[in-house]
Write a protein that binds this ligand. Structure first.
Ligand code: GAR
Length: 220
């Protein structure tokens, strides 16, 4: 029988806590994605050790020897993904900007998580900016990747309160808890064929379970 699970690569740059959350979810026999590869742009990424300890194939494509030639760097990533028969790409704290050509190849088959309620606070230092702007709610977003950074159709979001005594560390820790819930869900929705993109909107096929616990958003 052919493997019905979607062969998925997770791309990381560092700690890999979102990767770990997805690996844990993927242990469930009903999870629709098989994590076939973890790829990092940095041999020191801590997440590589975690993945290897779980018996997952790992690869490193170091961006530094490419000396700013992003097309060549992305072409190397593409060849590693193809060599591993990858069908779905999950960016989990992968801190390189991908070229439009690469992004187009993976249109609606590449996800990213960003630690803000997009479209607010694209880019870096999202937690401090949410605090400095006086937001009462902050959160995270899982979206399909488009060539413009942090801009693709939104699959799932989670919101948390911003407390008066929050600093960057306390707020990012509160959001990270939600990232670990929302990202495995979003990967399951896409790998399970339950998402359809219409312009900027992602339509999710609902199941009976969703009436108790909606799959598109979470609140702390
Ligand atoms: C996560 O908070 C993720 O949302 C963020 O990097 C962290 C990676 O942590 N991603 C971005 O800022 C992308 N723009 P992790 O390596 O422990 O998953």
């Amino acid at each position: 029988m052919s493997n019905p699970k979607m062969r998925t690569a997770i791309l990381i740059s560092g700690r890999g806590s979102n990767m770990t959350a997805i690996l844990e979810a993927a242990r469930n026999k009903d999870y629709p994605a098989e994590i076939a590869l973890v790829l990092a742009n940095n041999a020191d990424a801590k997440g590589l050790e975690t993945a290897a300890a779980e018996g997952i194939a790992t690869a490193v494509v170091d961006h530094r020897p490419f000396k700013g030639d992003r097309e060549a760097f992305d072409a190397e990533i593409q060849s590693v993904l193809e060599a591993n028969g990858i069908e779905l790409v999950v960016l989990a704290g992968f801190m390189r900007i991908l070229t439009p050509g690469f992004v187009d190849k993976w249109r609606d088959r590449m996800l990213n998580i960003h630690p803000s309620l997009l479209p607010s606070f694209k880019g870096l230092h999202t937690h401090q900016r949410a605090i400095d702007t006086g937001c009462r709610l902050a959160g995270c977003t899982v979206h399909f990747v488009r060539a413009d950074m942090d801009s693709g159709p939104i699959i799932t979001q989670a919101a948390v309160p911003v407390l008066d005594d929050d600093d960057e560390d306390s707020l990012s820790a509160r959001i990270l808890v939600m990232e670990h819930k929302v990202y495995p869900r979003a990967v399951a929705l896409v790998a399970g064929g339950r998402t359809r993109v219409e312009g900027m909107r992602v339509i999710i096929a609902q199941t009976d379970e969703d009436s108790q616990s909606p799959s598109r958003f979470l609140f702390h």
